[in-house]
Ligand binder design. Structure first.
Ligand code: GTP
Ligand code: SPV
Ligand code: MN
Length: 601
């Protein structure tokens, strides 16, 4: 063990127990220093765990490939282990805590023999701030250490802030054999504990992220009166200098990072509008003393989807990844030792100069858009990049108090049904809109892609307790916020008869944000429809858009009553599945929606 930087008995006893179980040869405390990180990078390169990229073109950048069977979150193997099954609810997988521990103890036993156990003390949000929560992750993976150094605030100062307290989240991660059949991501919310075994992929092993900052934090938030949500946070600065903040919850790989870093269309930038990113994946929300809802981003970096990121779609993200970044499962261009992914540009590395995400030679001429198995980069390949390297990072990212939220936006991938944008009629109706969210599945989780599934508040895989109780918590929070944000729903993904997206999306989503903010300030009218307020087509600015006419907007805003009634039937099934804890108010909202749709037929 290198110098033990704490005398906290809770911490030391726990590490001793976990080391007795996993039996590492060495224990190394991560101190957050540049020197230690550099040593670990060198070690990872020496063992082949990482590849050092072209340091002139991509300073501080590295490439890593996960095991071929380990490329996304595994929701089927993710468990919430509360003492009572009903507290985890019907949507989560549940295991009895004692049974789970006995099962996983066997998998951990001796798993770190011959290896080093790294101890990572980290903070979600700014160390010492009122929002901050601390965690310690034990892991046998240098890749995990280096990612945590980017994604969270790591260092000895976390241990100082923790002092002698037992109030921290205990995370244990072991790669073991990376055995899919014995892969488990389990949470013990009643014990502030997370165990992850047999995986080396992002969301399964960077325990500060989905496991802590969403699953455990949502559980704590309910107990303590705040919210942990799968939301980006952005600020729109008006030409007069005032900034309004929006949070948005979209399911995995549905556009949060892109929206958070958007570059305004010329029409707006010319007038002096600017957009700043506070966060791209997770928001912690609290009621402020001024009666508004305040948001912080508890993370310190971005774990973003690589494919589709380019100069046009998201130049800010691309720029952020030009230094100090770890790329995972992208194409290695061996001609100049750089990286490539589908949708980066039209110049993939030529055959002979390309290694695909599996580590095999890749022939770009065989690439077939419709056949994912021909991809050079995995569809869920990612970059881990530092927030501070993002050109549009808001200065409020560093503000421990967070930012006041004017609007909450829900959204999903829907080829049909959901219009470009609509507004709920109240907080309760807005929470209902969140509860009935649906989206086509993506490569961010293992399983079929493109299947519509209900994903309430984009939190289906991330609520650390019963979904019905979670909705009740949303309703309760509404009663505690004297001046609540307005709640909206968007859909960038409506397609035409040929399956092409109708809305240009990306930077042009600003046009929809501007309508949303105008609504928050009562500056624009709307049409009331059975699902809520929809813009008048002429109020969505289309200046400078070549392929979008007023008629296109009318089409994008249309509400197909029959399609919605079909959705209502599906929502009823889903509510039944969520079970007995669905709040009565949600059923009232559902009945009212159905009645309005029937009246409009
Ligand atoms: P997670 O990190 O998994 O939570 O994903 P995310 O919600 O941050 O999604 P991200 O912004 O990385 O986008 C995922 C994919 O959606 C990328 O391939 C994007 O190119 C695509 N995408 C994002 N925004 C838009 C949009 O406005 N229109 C269209 N058509 N595609 C988009
Ligand atoms: C997501 O899947 O929503 C992500 C990536 O943001 S992961 O960290 O793997 O969860
Ligand atoms: Mn996410």
């Amino acid at each position: 063990m290198n110098n033990t930087p704490t005398s906290n008995k809770h911490v030391l006893d726990w590490i001793k127990d976990m080391a007795a179980l996993t039996q590492p040869d060495r224990i190394v405390w991560i101190d957050g220093s540049k020197e230690q990180a550099e040593e670990l990078r060198a070690e990872a390169c020496a063992t082949g765990e990482m590849i050092k990229l072209n340091q002139e073109k991509l300073p501080g950048c590295y490439l890593h490939r996960t095991a071929v069977n380990d490329v996304a979150r595994v929701e089927g193997r993710t468990f919430i282990c509360t003492s009572k099954k009903e507290d985890a609810g019907n949507i989560n997988n549940w295991m009895d805590p004692a049974e789970c521990k006995s099962k996983l103890t066997k998998l951990y036993a001796g798993s770190m023999k011959g290896q080093t156990m790294y101890v990572i003390p980290y903070s979600m949000s700014i160390v010492g701030s009122p929002f901050a929560k601390y965690g310690i992750e034990l892991t046998d993976s240098i890749y995990v250490v280096l990612n945590m150094l980017i994604m969270t605030r790591v260092g000895t100062n976390v241990l100082e802030a923790l002092g002698d307290s037992a109030d921290y989240i205990k995370g244990l991660h072991a790669r073991a054999q990376l055995d899919e059949e014995n892969r488990y991501i389990v949470h013990f919310p009643e014990e502030n504990t997370i165990w992850s075994v047999n995986s080396g992929y992002g969301g399964n092993v960077l325990l500060g992220k989905k496991c802590f900052a969403l699953r455990i934090a949502s559980y704590l938030g309910r107990k303590e009166g705040w919210m942990a949500e799968h939301m980006l946070i952005l600020g729109v600065q008006y030409p007069d200098g005032e900034t309004k903040y929006v949070t948005a919850a979209f399911p995995s790989a549905c556009g949060k990072t892109n929206l958070a870093m958007l570059i305004p269309p010329e029409y707006y930038s010319k007038q002096g509008y600017k957009v700043f990113c506070v966060g791209d994946d997770i928001a912690w929300l609290r009621v402020g003393e001024d009666g508004r809802l305040w948001a912080v981003n508890p993370e310190n970096g971005f774990f973003g989807v690589a494919p589709g990121t380019n100069e046009k779609s998201n130049p800010n993200a691309l720029y952020t990844t030009m230094k100090d970044t770890i790329f995972t499962n992208v194409v290695h261009n061996t001609a100049d030792n750089t990286v490539w992914w589908e949708g980066l540009d039209n110049n993939p590395p030529t055959p002979g100069n390309a290694i695909d995400w599996k580590g095999n030679p890749w022939d770009c001429t065989k690439y077939d858009k419709k056949d994912k198995s021909t991809c050079g980069a995995h569809p869920n390949s990612r970059f881990t990049a530092m927030a501070e390297n993002c050109p549009c990072l808001s200065k409020e990212f560093y503000n421990p108090a967070g930012v006041p939220v004017s609007a909450i936006v829900f959204g999903g991938r829907r080829a049909k049904t959901a219009p470009l944008v609509y507004q709920s009629t109240s907080w309760q109706n807005g929470a209902f809109v969140g509860s009935i969210m649906a989206s086509e599945t993506t490569a961010a989780a293992a399983g079929a892609v493109g299947v519509v599934r209900r994903d309430p508040m984009a939190m289906r895989p991330f609520v650390g307790y019963d979904m019905g109780d979670y909705w009740a918590h949303w309703l309760t929070m509404g009663t505690r916020i004297p001046n609540p944000p307005k709640i909206f729903h968007v859909n960038w993904f409506r397609t035409d008869e040929n399956g092409n997206f109708i809305w240009p999306g990306f930077g042009d989503n600003m046009r929809v944000l501007m309508w949303i903010l105008a609504r928050c300030e009562g500056k624009v009218d709307a049409d009331i429809t059975p699902i809520g307020y929809v813009p008048k087509a002429e109020d969505i600015c289309i200046e400078g858009l070549s392929d979008v006419t007023l008629d296109t907007i009318r089409g994008l805003l249309s509400v197909d009553v029959d399609a919605w009634l079909e959705d209502v039937a599906n929502i009823k099934e889903f509510y039944a599945q969520v079970g007995s804890r669905v709040p009565a108010a949600m059923y009232d909202e559902l009945a009212a929606l159905e009645a309005r749709l029937n009246a409009a037929k």
